[in-house]
Design a protein around this ligand. Sequence first.
Ligand code: PBG
Length: 333
Amino acid sequence: MNPTLHTAKSTLKLTRRLRRLRSSAAMRAMVRETRLTPDMFVLPLFVCEGEGVRREVSSMPGVFNLSVDEAVREATAAMGDGIRAVLLFGLPDEKDDIGSSAFDPEGPVQSAVRALKAAAPEMLVITDVCLCEYTDHGHCGIVIDDEIANDQTVEQLVRTAVSHAAAGADIVAPSDMMDGRVGAIRHALDERSFENVAVMSYAAKYCSAFYGPFREAAASAPKFGDRRSHQMDPANALEALREVEQDIEEGADIVMVKPALPYLDVIMRVKERFQYPTAAYQVSGEYAMLKAAARNGWIDEQRAMLESLTAIHRAGADIIITYYAREAARALR
Ligand code: PBG
């Protein structure tokens, strides 16, 4: 061994040794800049028709299609883990070309909102507002001459958001990326005395390959074409700022960036620029990748989960929508 490595006195003259603050668990905890708490997690739930249904989504282990009674059960269990908010998606039996079942007062989402609010009034209930789960062609809007017609789609979205508010939703979350929908929804809610229902807009939602497993969970893959005419080009960040600015002007209370981990730069720019309540959606593909790698024994799932969520929060997200909500909340205990 080289004897020079054993000199008692250090020869380096350093005024700052950054490793000092990493020397023990207590030291690291004291200087930690980012802390996750279950309060910031939102658990997505896929609500289907029927009773006693709990069907696992094959590409999303631990995620289920749930009938209303089972959704209530899942939400109540999540509360036990410390989760205080859920985001509802609907899986109707009936679909048509204009997504009429989206605003059926007896639809899965509307029924689940009522049941959840009755069973657990303190739970924040957020509803996803989009037509893709309700149209037979799987597009997020009304298709006219092979195009998604913006303004006609907005009318259907407004009806949907109002029906969710009437059922008792605390927050409606339009995820369709049509222009002008936030303002139209805000206006319609106010007109009907739902001025306390908040709008969380999927403001910068990218046209992403990472939604694949969700489309299996929600049976919402488009039967033809894609979503490039409304969801954002992954190459653009400045455009995301314009989307967010416009949604804030139209009355959004919370703005969202989606997906999360591949778009940390966008989350950071949105938070820095607008200083607004900012949400990020760790989407199905992000979840499925971690699950798949963990199942193969290729990563330590708990560490990878917490590291991803910490990174999303560190980038600037105040709110994280994640299929890991319950597991993460439990891991933080
Ligand atoms: C649209 C919607 C989608 C997701 C949330 N809302 C799918 C899409 O745009 O195709 C994706 C969520 C996920 O991948 O976890 N209603």
